[in-house]
Design a protein around this ligand. Structure first.
Ligand SMILES: [Zn+2]
Length: 67
């Protein structure tokens, strides 16, 4: 995994270690939730709103966890 220098304080997603300003960290995208009927979102007629079933987010990993 390619490491970047952090420009602000972050928390490692895996071990919850604090990544201080200037420390190296890695970033990866993870998937949250699961698709419903093969869809990542769908329109809920009752709520009159889109419901997200699955989404991808970027999480930060400390240099140890990024190895
Ligand atoms: Zn970590």
């Amino acid at each position: 995994m390619k490491l970047k220098k952090s420009r602000k304080e972050r928390k490692c997603h895996a071990c919850k270690t604090l990544i201080s300003k200037g420390d190296s960290y890695g970033q990866k995208s993870i998937t949250i939730g699961s698709k419903e009927n093969g869809m990542t979102d769908s329109f809920d007629r009752e709520k009159q709103a889109f419901v997200i079933h699955q989404m991808r987010v970027n999480v930060c990993l400390c240099s140890e966890c990024a190895k």
